[in-house]
Write a protein that binds this ligand. Sequence first.
Ligand code: 3MF
Ligand code: MG
Length: 347
Amino acid sequence: MTKSNSKYRFSFGPWNIHEGGDPFGPTVRQPQAFSEKLKLYKKLGFDGVQFHDDDAVPDLNKQSAAATVKQATELGKLLKDEGLAPEFVAPRLWEDPRTIDGGYTSNDPECRKYAIERSVLCVDIATALGCDLIVLWLAREGTYIRESKNARQAHEWLMLAINKMLGRNKKVRIAIEPKPNEPMDHAYVPTIGHAIGMAYASDDPSRVGGLIETAHAKLAGLDPSDEMAFALFHKKLWSVHLNDQNGLKFDEDKNFGAANLREAWNQVRVLEEAGYADTGAFIGLDVKVMRTQKQEKNTAHLSNSKRFFELLVQKVRGFDKKAEAEFVKARDYEGLERMVIEHLLGV
Ligand code: 3MF
Ligand code: MG
């Protein structure tokens, strides 16, 4: 159980401050340099920075591994000076031409080789940054048509890649971020259950866990708080990407709590109950500012989502636990529901 004075730490990724381009229209805001974005973290009340490998070292494909690691080491020092922690590094395996058909599960052995080499380099980047967590969002590991890949074989290749990363540095942990679709029709490892199955089949189950994103769980038709509880039971919830999602459509990355307040409350309840704040793991956000937002207010989604989370923490801590237990004991779930809704409405 999280203590009443437990403090949460918050993180976001530089991609969460963006220019508003979407598949149907161009960017609508000016780009901000990474160094400018870094200055905003503390101001907005965030202590952790989420990275893709090329957020940390933009030119990594064009330079030697040694130069890449050197650049990451320097960035690690800069972060320390700013009082910021690198939360995780994620290999970006969905933009390079060699990842068109997926990375680890590409049908082309040369492309699979590239994906593994890049992932091993990602482990080195994380180590140089002073960070022990790798996040694997398996973007293009899946299919547009079932017949294009051998799914059983694809899971062997995924396992091979995970084991290579585990072998590169015995301290590194890997958190799989499941998502059921987009950009693929069907992605491999679509839920946290799949991710944890992969963890137990790996060379070191204690170093493979998960990151749960609200929207991704909802796209899989699942309840995000139950997904989190499942990972917490396995002691494998190593980060979260809180946001929200309005039904089954494209990945919206809306503000936390903005589409379904009760689901958000339940996610906070589950995190509180499990003592998540005391594990040292971050509350990560993965939220997109609306395209309509003007340049000077382009970080409102971050401070707002953090505020909604903190207000819900207060709501969870202020809930009458004794009355709750009595309703449960009496099997009066109608009474319990009324208490929850009135509490959320501030009645
Ligand atoms: C996609 C995502 C990604 C991942 C990120 C880190 C761009 O739906 O959620 O955000 O979170 O790549 O793994
Ligand atoms: Mg995410």
